[in-house]
Design a protein around this ligand. Structure first.
Ligand SMILES: NC(=O)c1ccc[n+]([C@@H]2O[C@H](COP(=O)([O-])OP(=O)(O)OC[C@H]3O[C@@H](n4cnc5c(N)ncnc54)[C@H](O)[C@@H]3O)[C@@H](O)[C@H]2O)c1
Ligand SMILES: [Zn+2]
Length: 365
């Protein structure tokens, strides 16, 4: 069992990482809240596999209710949040109670937002079960939902009471979802930590086979990297947290242009990172070796799906509508060398366009 302390000045908390630790949740939570009621929010898919262990653990100390929300990004909505509110009321939760979110990033973001707003805020425990949620989404207190105008446009910062990652749950994660998570995990290495990047590169086989000791280290170190970023920039004010958006400017545009079905988030941001790497090269920000190192690792994990059927012009249009675009300038995170990314205020449009076009014919790959 590993414990990482997220040292925020006003709401510090622990992240626990281990194998088979769902059964410890009740004991950990008992020390942190006064009330006797908790509600698990999950979906059928995850709950049928891992719900029992969690519920048994919580039932030793609490009156436990369970609310299952529908599965999928398209249910990350205010309507689902309303369903959670009603379940909170039916379960008579109050500020001394807690919501325990069991699932991937969709569950964590939605249940976290419900917890942030029900009775102006009740405690939430994050129990992430996907690789994206463990390495990224469950840490840092960003919660929220989508509205038709865009992803994550409604939300709140609400730090969890603690985060509990049972790597055993990753064994039931579908391969496609696991790969999605690998894209974000590799991103952490590229932007902030060369040693971690090399660890991922050198442990390809163990990672793909999901060997427990390798997965444990992959998850624990990724969580530590994310936690470090959150501590240095809790509310995304000084640019440190924005580094996590590496590959996401173009990635989000590709994801949206593909109607959120043609490209999974992980696939889209891999293309975004490759384009960003080539933009960095073109603008003299990095050397060729830095670009090749990134492309090689994506290739070795088989994460690259070249662009097809989407129009460059439409992708570019979407870049300008991004919530991070300012005064018509598209801002990028670029990597100087592995482990060192920087926020760059603007990149000439001609370069963006030509690097984007290369993603189609695979010239950039
Ligand atoms: N809050 C943040 O800081 C933050 C950061 C990154 C991503 N996100 C959000 O996270 C979401 C993506 O997260 P995700 O990829 O986990 O998506 P997800 O929650 O939809 O999970 C992906 C799929 O895997 C299933 N699943 C999850 N764990 C499982 C397990 N152990 N066994 C079997 N199936 C399992 C889910 O039911 C779902 O079908 C997006 O909405 C994104 O905006 C938030
Ligand atoms: Zn992402």
């Amino acid at each position: 069992l590993k414990k990482i302390r997220v040292k925020l000045s006003s709401n510090a908390y622990n992240i626990y990482i281990g194998d088979g630790i769902l059964k410890n949740t009740g004991t950990l939570l008992r020390k942190l809240i006064e009330g006797n009621r908790v509600m698990i929010v999950s979906n059928k898919n995850v709950y049928s596999r891992h719900g029992k262990a969690l519920k048994t653990s919580l039932s030793k100390y609490f009156n436990v209710s369970v609310h299952l929300m529908p599965d999928g990004e398209k249910f990350k909505t205010l309507k689902t949040v309303e369903g959670i509110y009603n379940a909170c009321a039916a379960g008579r939760l109050d500020r001394y109670s807690a919501i325990v979110a069991l699932g991937g990033g969709v569950t964590g973001d939605t249940a976290g937002f419900a917890a942030a707003t029900y009775m102006r805020g009740i405690p939430v425990v994050q129990v992430p079960t996907s690789l994206i949620a463990m390495s990224d989404a469950a840490i840092g207190g960003k919660t929220g939902v989508d509205i038709p105008a865009g992803k994550n446009l409604v939300g709140a910062f609400h730090q969890p009471l603690f985060v509990l990652m049972d790597i055993n749950t990753l064994l039931t994660l579908p391969d496609e979802e696991y790969r999605n998570g690998l894209s974000e995990v590799i991103k952490h290495g590229i932007i902030l930590d060369k040693r971690y990047f090399n660890f991922i590169k050198d442990n390809r086989v163990g990672i793909l086979k999901r060997e427990k000791n390798v997965v444990f280290r992959m998850v624990a170190d990724s969580a530590a990297i994310k936690a470090g970023v959150v501590v240095s920039d809790e509310k995304e004010k000084n640019g440190k947290r924005a580094l996590l958006n590496y590959g996401h400017t173009i990635g989000h545009a590709i994801e949206a242009e593909g109607g959120f079905s043609e490209y999974k988030h992980g696939q889209a941001i891999v293309l975004g990172m490759i384009a960003a790497a080539n933009i960095a090269l073109k603008t003299g920000f990095c050397d060729e070796k830095t670009v090749n190192e990134q492309i090689q690792v994506f290739n070795s994990f088989n994460l690259i799906k070249p662009l097809k059927n989407l129009k460059t012009a439409n992708i570019i249009k979407r870049l300008y509508n991004d919530k991070k675009a300012r005064n018509g300038q598209i801002r990028f995170v670029l990597t100087k060398e592995i482990g060192h990314a920087k926020f760059i205020k603007s990149v000439p449009n001609t370069i963006i366009k030509s690097e984007l076009e290369k993603l189609y014919i695979g010239e950039a790959l």
